[in-house]
Design a protein around this ligand. Structure first.
Ligand code: PLP
Ligand code: COI
Length: 338
């Protein structure tokens, strides 16, 4: 495969195959392989009208040995089942989810970016209500599908510090809403504030807790964490997505002898961190240089403009080293696809 691997952005790209299963009459079909990129869908489908959908995001990496490594896909399978229960979608059995992910990666093997390019294969599982309803109620039919594409960094800066903006005039999720689920409505709710952040020259928006606007929640597409001395601090909140990357970084931080605190993080504490970052599958670790609280006319600045801090750099090297097989997988996070 001849692609400009080093210069891929985070963009849609057609690959050869996607896999699909349908839930009808109370049961899931077997997986089917498609080359078609579109889905014929009933105009009354609940995903179109009432946002009855959930998606996932995970990655596969090629090692120096050419082997393809999947990162923690059982965790994504589990999170999709939690999202499904949360908005009354048919639950995809976790074994079916994992089988679909493994199958679609192997079918599109030639699109897995080679070792050393910094790119990876992004895997997007999707679960949608395809049965028609006009009243607000769950569909009786669902489609689960998985497609893939090679991607580079989510933020164009890659592993370089970015500036972000605190958003005080929008919430992405209500205190007792769906922020902890990976469902489309949260992303629709975030679009205008992320667009506003972009217009103002920031990489993304940082949300505060919707109830009191006192605590940090998370960034548009990623969790937030800060480093204070030998401690890794990250927000505890019902309205943020439980990030698999964040949980992995917590394990790595502990393994490096750091302590980990998962607790409400007051906005003022931003002044006390030495390093801060955004983390997620797409964002990997994106170091943050500056956080601007526009409405409060306050700016928090961290470290060097061009260089991520030492703790974030070490976490990044360790995480990506495990993902591409340079470092031993002592945590059991990798499945090598044969
Ligand atoms: N927060 C939001 C809103 C996200 O969309 C994502 C991406 O999936 C994350 C956090 C990071 O989660 P993960 O590390 O599981 O990809
Ligand atoms: C991911 O990191 O996989 C995400 O889903 C974030 C964003 C692309 C929505």
């Amino acid at each position: 495969m001849n692609l400009d691997w080093e210069n891929l952005g985070f963009n849609i790209m057609q690959t050869d195959y996607n896999v699909r299963a349908v839930f009808r009459d109370g049961k899931w079909s077997d997986l089917e392989v498609y080359s078609e990129q579109t889905i014929p869908i009933h105009i009354g489908a609940t995903c179109l009208h009432y946002g009855q959908e959930s998606f996932e995001g995970l990655k596969a990496f090629a090692g120096k040995d050419g082997q393809i490594r999947l990162f923690r896909h059982a965790e994504n399978a589990h999170r999709m089942s939690i999202s499904a229960k949360g908005i009354l979608l048919a639950v995809v059995p976790e074994s079916l989810f994992m089988e679909a992910v493994e199958k679609v990666v192997l079918l599109n093997k030639k699109y897995v970016p080679p070792y050393g390019t910094g790119a990876s294969l992004y895997i997007r599982p999707l679960l949608i209500g395809t049965g028609p309803e006009v009243g607000v109620r769950p569909a009786r039919e669902y489609t689960f599908l998985v497609f893939v594409m090679p991607v580079g960094p989510y933020f164009k800066e890659g592993f370089k510090p970015v500036d972000i903006m605190i958003c005080r005039d929008h919430d992405r999720a209500a205190p007792l809403g769906t922020g902890h689920l990976k469902v489309g409505g949260n992303y629709a709710a975030s679009m205008s504030s992320v667009a506003e952040a972009h217009e103002k020259g920031f990489a993304t928006a940082l949300y505060l807790d919707a109830r009191e606007k006192k605590y940090i929640d998370e960034c548009g597409p990623a969790n937030f964490f800060g480093i204070k001395g030998n401690t890794y601090v990250t927000p505890k909140s019902h309205s943020i997505l439980p990030s698999i990357t964040n949980r992995s970084l917590q394990a790595l931080a502990e393994d490096m002898g750091m302590s980990v605190e998962v607790r409400p993080v007051p906005v003022e504490e931003l002044a006390e961190f030495e390093e801060v970052g955004a983390c997620g599958t797409a964002a990997v670790i994106t170091p943050i240089r500056k956080i601007v609280d526009v409405d409060m006319e306050k700016t928090y600045t961290y470290g060097d403009k061009y260089q991520p801090g030492p703790v974030i750099s070490k976490l990044y090297q360790t995480l990506t080293g495990i993902q591409n097989g340079d470092l031993e997988d002592r945590f059991g996070w990798i499945k090598i696809l044969e």
